[in-house]
Design a binder for this molecule. Sequence first.
Ligand code: GTP
Length: 635
Amino acid sequence: MTSYEKPSYEKLRLEKLRSLGLLDSDPDEFFDCITRVASTILGTPISVISLVDENRQWFKSRHGIEATETARDISFCTHAVSSGKELIVEDASNDERFASNPLVVNAPNIRFYAGIPIKSVEGYSLGTLCVIDNKPKRPSVSELKALNDLAQLATKEIQFRERMLSAQDSIDVAQNKFQGIFKNVPIGIAMVKPDGTWLEVNDELCSILGYSREELLNLTFQDITHPDDLNTDLNLLDQLVTHKIDRYQLEKRYIRSDGLSVWTGLTVTKQLTETGEIAYFLSTIQDIQSEKETELALTALRKTLEEKVALRTDELRLVNQSLSKAYQEKIHSEQELQNKELELRTILDNANEAYICMDAGGLVTAWNKQAEHTFGWLEQEAIGRKLEKLIIPPESQAAHHAGMHLYLSEKKSKILGNRIELEAMRKDGIRIPIELQVNALEINEQVLFTSFLRDITERKQLENLLKNEARNDPLTGLANRRKLEEILPIAFQRARANNVYVALVFIDLDGFKLINDTHGHQAGDQLLREVANRINQCTRASDTVVRYAGDEFVIVLENLKSKDDTKRISANIQKIIAETVQIGDKQLNITLSIGIAYYGGPEPQSIEPLELIRLADKAMYTAKKNGKNGVVIID
Ligand SMILES: Nc1nc2c(ncn2[C@@H]2O[C@H](COP(=O)(O)OP(=O)(O)OP(=O)(O)O)[C@@H](O)[C@H]2O)c(=O)[nH]1
């Protein structure tokens, strides 16, 4: 006897065999029929359908034998299973593989054996259909063909069962999966009959709706749908029923068992029967209450925000309008201000007077064109510099500081608001007389001194000219009587101060009327001019020669240390006047009567200047009375 070999797929084979549920199962007429027919056709007393288990062979069907199984190691069939091919043993007693096999040696004393493997769908040999005889036999081809056909039948049946089991497994798996999903999925799921009755509901749906499964199965979805949402739901359901749509989704409210409504997201599909009728609706129902509340809260919040934004927008629009208006006004004001500044600038630049502005620190803040012209400093040179460094002479700077300090500390000033004349200094160092008017402005608690200044050099010159003319004799160019009256008091002061004498020499031409009458008035004028020249020649710069009136002349001799000096001067005058004067073709001769009076000296008299004139005049008159061409001195 030889030991059997196990096929390479033994483990899988056994698993498959056991999964089929055939081992130790009840007799099956189908398989029994096959074994009966096999014995009949092959003419053998025994026929079995043997299933080769791990350590045994078990007979699913047996014909002509009482045993239900034998050990595998003595089994003939296991050889056919191992090879996967038919096994024909015509005489086991002569076959070294089986001669000592107990089934050969003992009952049932096998001699002939023919087994055809029965295979699973995967091709695993599960067992055999075999025929056995206790007599040797050589089966015919047709017998073997019939045996193969019968084995094929058994195989088909087993494979059918195998497929059925596999299909059932799939169904079971799907069913289990569905049940698992149905039970555990965190979404409400329901199967709903076409009339709206709940057919099946899962735990989650019970939880969402607050009903037990049993309670729900006694209700329709219409019973617990919020009245406001029912029509929409029914309308969509109708479209689903009439196949206008395959599914629909809807946000709807159910009325829970506690009377509160709950927002859900509903999806409904339909499940059809084989005949195309609606078996049930499959609904998924998701609790979206919190999302809905959030959404509603957000909507309310958005609405509130929009209202606030709208309100704020209105406020902002109003603010914007008023700001725009204010801005426009400001622009307008600034424009006006700029225009005014430009206008002011133009006025100031074209002003005939210099305009200078100075801050409380004495720094120049404005300097117009005329100021440039008057003082020689350009605006850019002057701005920011101390005014005193620009136009105020050194000797006037202390007064300038004092004036500013007085105003800034006590708001007092002798200058502000008045037109005053001062001497200023140009950039080139030349002094010029100016007339100015200073005003103080207080802007934002800052003091500004504004001033208009005018160069009055020409006016001063004119004034001096007029002044001179008023004090000069136009015919001779000598000082006149007014000038004499002005200088004489000064001469008195100087004489007193210097302890010297002042002499007043009063001169009157002798017989001048006759010259006028004889040679004409013009000749008289020329003679007067010549006399003036000649007197001038006899005097010093410190002396003043005056035409006092008509043919009367006065000389103020100053700084006389001695009265004797006067006699020498008067003698010189008499001498020079005595010289013939040529006027045209005429030769004229003239003499003088002179009266002299003194003031000053070591013990000055107490007399007025005009009194001195009268004294000298009186002395001159005495000289006339003495016969003219003479000098009378009053000591
Ligand atoms: N040509 C001329 N004559 C003048 C001028 N002013 C005064 N006279 C004249 O001068 C003369 C002065 O005369 P008197 O001094 O009174 O007479 P006199 O002839 O000088 O007499 P004695 O003084 O006594 O010597 C008058 O005839 C005036 O008309 C003047 O500006 N030009």
